[in-house]
Ligand binder design. Sequence first.
Ligand code: SAM
Ligand code: SF4
Length: 362
Amino acid sequence: MQSINSLLEKDDFSRQDIIELLTSDKKALPELLARAYDIKSKYVGNTVYYRGIIEFSNICDKNCYYCGIRKDNLEPERYRISREEILEAAKFALENEYGSLVLQSGEIKNEAFTTYIESILRDIKNLSDGKLGITLSLGEQSLETYKRWYEAGAHRYLLRIETSNSDLYQQLHPNDHDFKARFQALKDLKNCGYQVGTGMMIGLPGQAMEDLAADILFMKNQNIDMIGMGPFIPHQNTPLSNSLGEFDAIRESQLELSLKMIAITRIVLKDVNIAATTALQALDPIGREKGLEAGANIIMPNITDTKYREGYQLYENKPCLDENSDKCKGCLEARITSIGEAIGYNEWGDSPHYFNRTEKKR
Ligand code: SAM
Ligand code: SF4
C-alpha cells in the first residue's frame, strides 16, 4: 500500500493505483480533491462553462433497467416539446449568454426523428447566427445519422458507456442491448469529427472498485474529450428500484464516491472537460459545486420549461422540478463565484483535450 502523497505524485496510473485512491481513507479526501483542483487549474483553468440542457422528449424505445423514463414505465406522461418551444429555450440560452446547448431525449431511431433533429439543429444555428454550440445526447444511432447531425451543426456528442465492464453492462440492460454496439457508437462519433463525451453511473449494484478503476482507464485509452458521470440513484418504477437497499443509508457514500471519481479522473486524464452533473445535486443541494471543487469544469443548467420536468424523472428526487431557468441562473451564478470560479459566458468552452489530440486550432 503506497501513501496517498506518493500516489498523487505519479504521472502514470495503474489500475491498482486508482483502486488505492478510490478506497483511500475519508481523511485523505481533502488531499485528493486539492490535487485534482490544482490539475484542473493548470490544464483547463478556473472558468466554468454552461451548457443549457433541453430535455425535449421523454419518449424512448429502450428499457434500461435503471432509468425512470424507460419504455415500460407507464407512469410518466410522454411528451415531445414543439419546435417553437425548443427554439424559445435556445433563445433563452442565447440571451443569457450560455454559449452552448445540450439537446437530450429518450432514444428514438428512425428517419423521421433524424430529419427532425437535423432541421432543429439548422434552426438553432440560424437563430443564433452560429453562436450557440450544440451538444447532442440522443443515444445510439447509425454512423450515417451521426454524420448528418454533425453536418447540420452539432459538434459534441454525449453517450455514456454506463460501465466499461461488459458483463455488468449486460446485467443492467435487456438482451437486445449490446455493449459492443455502444462501444462502436463511440468510435463512430469520433470518426465523424465530434468532440466525444462518455461516462458512467457510479455506485451501481454489482459494480466493484475494480470496475470504476477500469472505467477511468477506459476513458483515457479511448481518448475521450468530455466526461459526464454521476451517482446511480434508484427510481421506484424500475427493475433496479431496491437494488441498493435503503438508499438514504448510502446517500452520503454515493456522493463521496462520485466526488472521488471526478477527482481521480481529473488527475489521470488532465485536459478533458468534466461535467458536475445534476445527479450530484440530487444527493446534496450543493453537490454540483462540490463537483467543481473536485475537478469538474462544466455545468448543465436545465432550461427545459418547468411544465415538462415532472416527465423527465430519470431517478428519484431529481432537483429543480419547479424552478424556472431564470431563477436557477441567478442562484447558480452566485454559488459558482462564491467558490472562486468564473463563468465563461458566450463561450463554447470546448474540451482542450480535443484540440490536443487532433492538433486542430481552436
Ligand atoms: N437516451 C439517451 C442515452 O441513454 O444515452 C440520453 C438520455 S439518458 C436519460 C442520459 C443518462 O441518464 C444515461 O446515460 C444514464 O447514465 C443516466 N441515468 C438514467 N437513469 C439513471 C439513474 N437511475 N441514476 C443516474 N443516472 C441515470
Ligand atoms: Fe432510454 Fe436513455 Fe433512459 Fe435508456 S437511459 S431508457 S436509452 S432514456
